[in-house]
Design a protein around this ligand. Structure first.
Ligand code: NAD
Ligand code: USQ
Length: 410
């Protein structure tokens, strides 16, 4: 298949691009490197030393003989995006290209506005470009489990049958997201559902849980192909952060009592789920929703697993309960359905002792790059103007003026 991966320089996008390329698909990456710029803005860097995308792609070609085409540009620029689709005419588009951090979207008004403009406008442009250039193309869009929030009933896969005043209908599942970022995904979902209905588009909205891990078979081929590993307070996801904290001998930063429960999955399952969605496309006019995670844990359960895993490696680690920076339910019911990807053939990589060992060992390998100041959560949901300190630029880092303007602009 001809597959465009929007956001292919990012964490999920890089692993997915290599996996699909290895499987023989013709892969094109679209990215504007904004994520590298946000790291620079925040004074953070991935634990793993990722290479410039051009170098990554060159090494991939040398190693495998597979070529991945690169289009550098912003999906909120319609002329750019439209020209990519006109040239590639993809069979499937995997859309990862969004600002994906809840804390980043909660820094202040500018970051909330930026997040929603970047995400909602990018997706809207994509829907119009697909209609114009590739109307039969299947959109595989990354949503998030956080769209649903934590209702006191089971979470279904996108839709729920409701009985009301003696009548019944299958309706979109209610959404109660917990950040301006998660809200942007809800707005995307509505726009996608609407265009499936009115234009007959075909789409799969993948409500993904929290992803962990960094290695896939493809990224392990060469050190130059290594993927991101974010552990900072803004972009670092919880299990990756805990592993980095073990490596640095820092207490695990559980927010509040740690009763928040989420769906989780290994990055190797992310790439397989994307492949399954692409190979089994939605029908014209269909807007499918799959819940993409393999296991659910409370944050405290995860911390206890990491602590036990560290002990087996001879490392002592403490669990700290920090005042919760976010506004989220500490004790809640959580039972989210996730059978549709399993039905398509997903064989999950569950979080095991050996997997935890390898996650911790990767963090240990790069521990000299850890800045412990980044373990402290600085963005608080109830504060209207959060201040994130900016550290001096790393040697060789560049910060294009366009990114500064986008973030500073009204
Ligand atoms: P990431 O930040 O590592 O990657 C996103 C990529 O998109 C970056 O390379 C960035 O430069 C690019 N991008 C962003 N805005 C763009 C724009 N306007 N034009 C062109 N490129 C743009 O994020 P990730 O962790 O790989 O997440 C990818 C997607 O998966 C996101 O949509 C996210 O919401 C979703 N998701 C991620 C997780 C997770 O745990 N990482 C979980 C659930 C859902
Ligand atoms: N948490 C801690 N300690 C930490 C970091 C996080 O207790 O040091 C808690 C948070 O309060 C939250 C949970 O862990 O309850 C998950 O936080 P996270 O930062 O790992 O994940 P989240 O903000 O939900 O966002 C991540 C990705 C996002 C994706 C989402 C999937 O950044 O792109 O959409 O996971 S989901 O959570 O299912 O919505």
């Amino acid at each position: 298949m001809r597959i465009c991966v929007l956001g292919g320089d990012g964490y999920c996008g890089w692993a997915t691009s290599l996996y699909l390329s290895k499987k023989g698909h013709q892969v094109s990456i679209v990215d504007n490197f904004s994520r590298r710029q946000w790291d620079y803005e925040l004074g953070v860097q991935t634990l793993t030393p990722i290479q410039p995308l051009a170098d990554r792609l060159r090494v991939w070609q040398e190693r495998t003989g597979e070529q991945i085409q690169l289009f550098t540009g912003d999906v909120t620029d319609y002329d750019f995006l439209s020209s990519v689709l006109a040239e590639v005419r993809p069979d499937a588009i995997v859309h990862f290209a969004e600002q994906r951090s809840a804390p980043y979207s909660m820094i202040d008004r500018k970051h909330a506005v930026f997040t929603q403009v970047n995400n909602v406008v990018g997706t809207l442009n994509l829907l119009f470009a697909i209609r114009q250039w590739a109307p039969d193309c299947h959109l595989v869009k990354l949503g998030t489990m956080g769209e649903y929030g934590t209702p006191n009933i089971d979470i279904e896969e996108g839709y729920i049958r409701i009985e009301h005043n003696g009548r019944s209908d299958v309706l979109p599942y209610p959404k109660q997201p917990g950040s301006f970022y998660h809200l942007s995904k809800v707005h995307d979902s509505h726009n996608i559902m609407f265009t499936c209905k009115i234009w007959g588009m075909r789409a799969t909205d993948l409500n993904q849980g929290v992803v962990y891990g960094t290695m896939t078979n493809e990224t392990m081929l060469d050190e130059a192909l290594i993927n991101r590993f974010d552990y900072d307070d803004v972009f670092g996801t919880v299990l990756n952060r805990f592993c980095a904290q073990v490596a640095a001998g820092h207490p695990l930063t559980v927010y509040g009592r740690g009763g928040q429960t989420r769906g989780f999955l290994d990055i190797r399952d992310t790439v397989r789920c994307i492949e399954l969605a692409c190979m089994n496309p939605a029908k014209p006019g269909e807007c499918r929703v799959f819940n993409q995670f393999t296991e659910q844990f409370s944050v405290l359960e995860l911390a206890q697993m990491v602590k036990a895993g560290a002990r087996k490696l001879g490392l002592t680690v403490h669990i700290d309960h920090l005042p919760a920076p976010r506004v989220e339910a500490e004790e809640h019911y959580y039972n989210a359905k996730h059978s549709r990807l399993l039905d398509l053939g997903l064989r999950p990589n569950y979080l095991s002792d050996s997997l935890l060992d390898s996650l911790i060992n990767i963090a240990i390998k790069y521990r000299d790059r850890i800045d412990p100041a980044l373990f402290v959560p600085q963005v608080k949901w109830r504060d209207s103007e959060n201040v994130r300190t900016r550290t001096p630029p790393a040697a060789g880092a560049s910060f294009p003026a366009s990114a500064a303007a986008a973030i500073a602009g009204d």
